[in-house]
Design a binder for this molecule. Structure first.
Ligand SMILES: Cc1cc2nc3c(=O)[nH]c(=O)nc-3n(C[C@H](O)[C@H](O)[C@H](O)COP(=O)(O)OP(=O)(O)OC[C@H]3O[C@@H](n4cnc5c(N)ncnc54)[C@H](O)[C@@H]3O)c2cc1C
Length: 499
């Protein structure tokens, strides 16, 4: 039996991000992926929201994604556009980039970090005891690990084997999604009718001046709402043809599908993200309608919240109960996303009363305050972990400020590239002494003279120091004194080292 500190089941976006985070912290991690390669049947998610781009920027890899995708104002609520171009972030936009490319780029990063992705390797079950987890694989092998993380998608074997409940709501809509060739030229774009929402677009596109401009040729991505919910058989080209004819009166001569799939608005969330040595992240922990394009984004951010905590626990820096803060912080995030997707699905209905309601909501979302609040929510920039009362920065994302240090200019996010915490002293140089944590926490003296502004909240009082966790969230804020700093360092980065 092969042993590792951590085994991750599933090499989708969540599992790949998590393995990268653990590798940066020097953890012995193995990742098993059922697929034969990273090749994805279908494109699935269409891109990244601003906070996910920031999170990738914190690791120094955002440019890899930005250079391959289309930057634009992609945030919206039930297709009502939400502009974030005035938001105080280095990335006041979203990125259009299909999931197969997102996965490929993440997998390249993981490979650079030296972790082999074990393809064609399926987890079939596991058993845990007081000291570890025995993971069973379909090929008859087994792995031993201190912790197992199920990043194995909505039908998670890890979640089921752990006996974790998955309460929620059954689907009310079902859609076919496919990539096909068309003999006739279809009218491209999104439309809604009595049956629901439908979309036709070429896989290749550009965003020019805020508008999606499709390529003139090439495969078409079809999304069409089905008449009934509950089909269980794999969808066929014939199903797709019939659904298109029912909606548009023609199937545009569809042929040569590269993939056909089905998705619904089933909405469920794991009751617990942790059962002792087994943890859940991404779709394994939450599924919902793709409305608003949030699933991949919150999965990647689950991974960034969990990675450094799990690393500290297996490295012996922090006690095991640090892992309970993963559920405490991330369960509320998805618990907020689920109802927002349900509200969007409801608003996308096309009966007269829903259309009237949609007009009301559109009018509201054109007003500045509601626009800023909803845009911050949909782009993930307003996430606030409950770390107690205090300065508005506490529990919120650290902005990527342009600092000045004794050795020159420095961006805050550069300090997070290695996923190590930072105590940023913006007051008197040399005012802090954190020797007992010096092996874990970087201490940086710097100045910053600009305004401190948070998305949706606006300007906040400038702090004299901030303790930044590896995931980019603020764990302590200084206001001239060091009150509470030692406690925060101990809570988040373990007890002080003996002198
Ligand atoms: C049509 C559609 C559009 C979407 N659009 C968006 C969007 O615009 N933005 C957005 O953020 N999200 C979107 N999503 C959601 C997004 O695709 C998912 O939230 C995302 O893929 C979740 O990533 P994950 O890694 O958690 O799970 P998955 O991507 O499901 O990855 C799980 C991985 O685990 C592997 N696996 C499963 N079982 C096992 C096992 N037993 N052993 C080993 N490996 C296993 C699977 O092969 C897979 O690679 C969309 C989804 C759909 C269907």
């Amino acid at each position: 039996m092969t042993g590792h500190a951590v085994v991750i089941a599933g090499g989708g976006p969540t599992g790949l991000m998590l393995v990268g985070e653990l590798a940066l912290a020097g953890v012995d991690v193995a990742i098993v992926e059922r697929r034969a390669s990273q090749e994805l049947a279908g494109t699935r998610a269409g891109g990244l929201h601003a906070r996910t781009i920031e999170v990738l920027d914190q690791r120094g890899i955002a440019d890899r994604f930005l250079s391959e995708g289309q930057v634009g104002q992609v945030a919206g609520f039930a297709q009502i556009p939400l502009d974030i171009s005035d938001f105080p972030t280095r990335h006041p936009y979203g990125l259009g980039l299909w999931q197969n490319h997102i996965e490929r780029i993440l997998a390249e990063w993981v490979t650079e970090l030296g972790v082999p992705i074990q393809y064609g390797c399926e987890l079939t079950g596991f058993a845990q005891d007081d000291t570890g987890v025995d993971v069973e694989l379909a090929d008859g092998r087994s792995l031993r690990a201190e912790y197992l993380v199920g990043c194995d998608g909505g039908r998670s074997v890890v979640r089921k084997a752990a006996g974790i409940d998955f309460p929620g709501w059954d689907p009310t809509t079902s859609s076919l999604i496919a990539e096909v060739e068309m003999a006739e030229e279809p009218e491209l774009g999104i439309r809604r009718d009595a049956r629901g929402m439908h979309a036709l677009g070429r896989v290749e596109y550009e965003i020019r001046e805020g508008e999606v401009v499709y390529a003139n040729r090439g495969p078409v991505r079809v999304m069409v709402t089905e008449e009934h919910v509950g089909a269980t058989a794999e969808p066929s080209l014939r199903d797709l043809s019939e659904a298109l004819i029912a909606v548009d009166g023609t199937d545009y001569g569809i042929h040569s599908p590269t993939w056909i799939s089905r998705f619904t608005d089933m909405t469920r969330q794991a009751a617990a993200y942790r059962d002792r040595r087994a943890l859940l992240a991404g779709d394994a922990a939450h599924v919902h309608s793709p409305a608003g394009g949030q699933g991949l984004n919150i999965g990647v951010q689950d991974a960034v919240n969990l990675g450094w905590k799990l690393a500290q626990v297996v490295n012996g820096t922090s006690p095991d109960d640090l892992l309970d803060t993963y559920h405490a912080e991330r369960h509320p995030v998805a618990a907020r996303v689920l109802p927002n997707t349900m509200a969007q699905v409801a608003l996308l209905r096309t009966d007269d009363r829903t259309n009237a309601l949609r007009d009301v909501v559109s009018e509201l979302l054109r007003m500045d305050e509601p626009r800023r609040r909803f845009a911050a929510m949909m782009s993930g920039l307003d996430i606030h972990y409950d770390l107690g009362d205090g300065h508005p920065l506490l529990g919120r994302r650290m902005p990527d400020l342009d600092l000045v240090t004794a050795t020159g200019p420095l961006r805050v996010f550069t300090l997070l590239h290695d996923a190590r915490p930072v105590l940023l002293n913006l007051g008197e140089p040399g005012a802090f002494d954190i020797k007992p944590w010096a092996d874990r926490v970087q201490l940086i003296d710097a100045t910053y003279n600009g305004v401190w502004e948070l998305p949706a909240l606006g300007a906040v009082t400038a702090p004299t120091a901030v303790l930044i966790r590896p995931d980019g969230y603020v764990a302590w804020v200084g206001d001239g004194s060091q009150l509470g700093l030692a406690d925060a360092l101990t809570t988040w980065f373990g007890p002080p080292a003996a002198a």
